[in-house]
Design a binder for this molecule. Structure first.
Ligand SMILES: Nc1ncnc2c1ncn2[C@@H]1O[C@H](COP(=O)(O)OP(=O)(O)OP(=O)(O)O)[C@@H](O)[C@H]1O
Length: 248
């Protein structure tokens, strides 16, 4: 379970990214985070795996207060909480399978990753993860030969191979055409249904969020202004999430 208790994040320049967030996310939930550009969606997601440090409050994942994690414990924690980015973050000039296997060896020197010194077990795990996102046939293709949607699936497979219990995705389909965006969202849904991993997705497109998520968190100016089931999201609630604060 992920638990926010009075969590705030103020950036060093004084911008308040998050303000007094209080909520719980149970294991296996599928949550869509929506809000205007600059509302704090990325900040919210990134606090969960400590890409952003919170400045106030308490954030616990499975009972562990993550602000206290350091070194090896932090690296281990980050494997449990996988992250997928809009820009895929893959190494373009190596094969798909090597990209996926790179997630298995966070403690290995980069040169070993580049040279591909992986065990048979690593290869099997990577192939299984690629199979989950229907990319098995591309395992030995050079990554930069794939389309954007295919690269995002590889990125998802790379995260899956590390067997996380939580998947965080920061605008994973923002760069994709609508058809491909649906395909990638279908992957997230299948993974959530079949593997029971918690999925939290920041999403620009409200329609996609409402189609796929079960719970919606609406953020405006760093504050949660809606938190509830998709069925409870009315036009009035959307207008509120997508309105500017008077102070702005
Ligand atoms: N590193 C940073 N330093 C200072 N301010 C930041 C930093 N990162 C984000 N912010 C500010 O924090 C606020 C929230 O930004 P955030 O990126 O979380 O919003 P977002 O909802 O994800 O927006 P978008 O949809 O455009 O990515 C914005 O005002 C932004 O300018």
């Amino acid at each position: 379970m992920i638990k926010f208790e009075h969590v705030s994040k103020t950036y060093p320049n004084g911008v308040k990214g998050l303000q007094d967030i209080n909520l719980e996310i149970e294991d296996g939930e599928f949550v869509g985070i929506i809000g205007m550009s600059g509302a704090g969606k990325s900040t919210f997601i990134r606090t969960i795996n400590r890409l952003n440090n919170i400045t106030e409050g308490k954030l616990t994942v499975d009972g562990v207060e993550i602000s206290n994690l350091k070194g090896k414990a932090l690296r281990r924690f980050r494997r449990k909480v996988g992250m997928i980015f809009q820009s895929y973050n893959l190494v373009p000039r190596i094969t798909v399978i090597r990209n996926v296997m790179s997630s298995l060896v966070p403690d290995m020197p980069l040169w070993r990753v580049i040279l591909g010194l992986f065990s048979k077990n690593d290869k099997m795990r990577a192939l299984e993860a690629l199979d989950r996102v229907s990319m098995l046939d591309k395992a030995f293709v050079r990554t930069d030969q794939l389309s954007g949607g295919q690269q995002q699936r590889v990125s998802l497979a790379r995260t899956l191979a590390q067997n996380p219990s939580v998947l965080l995705a920061d605008e994973p389909v923002a760069a994709l055409d609508p058809v491909t965006a649906h395909e990638v969202m279908d992957d997230f849904k299948r993974i959530n249904d079949e593997l029971g991993q918690t999925v939290l997705i920041n999403i620009h497109h409200v329609d996609l969020a409402l189609d796929y998520a079960k719970r919606i968190i609406g953020i405006r100016s760093g504050r949660v202004v809606y938190d509830g089931p998709v069925s409870g999201v009315t036009q009035e609630i959307l207008d509120n999430i997508y309105s500017k604060d008077e102070a702005e």
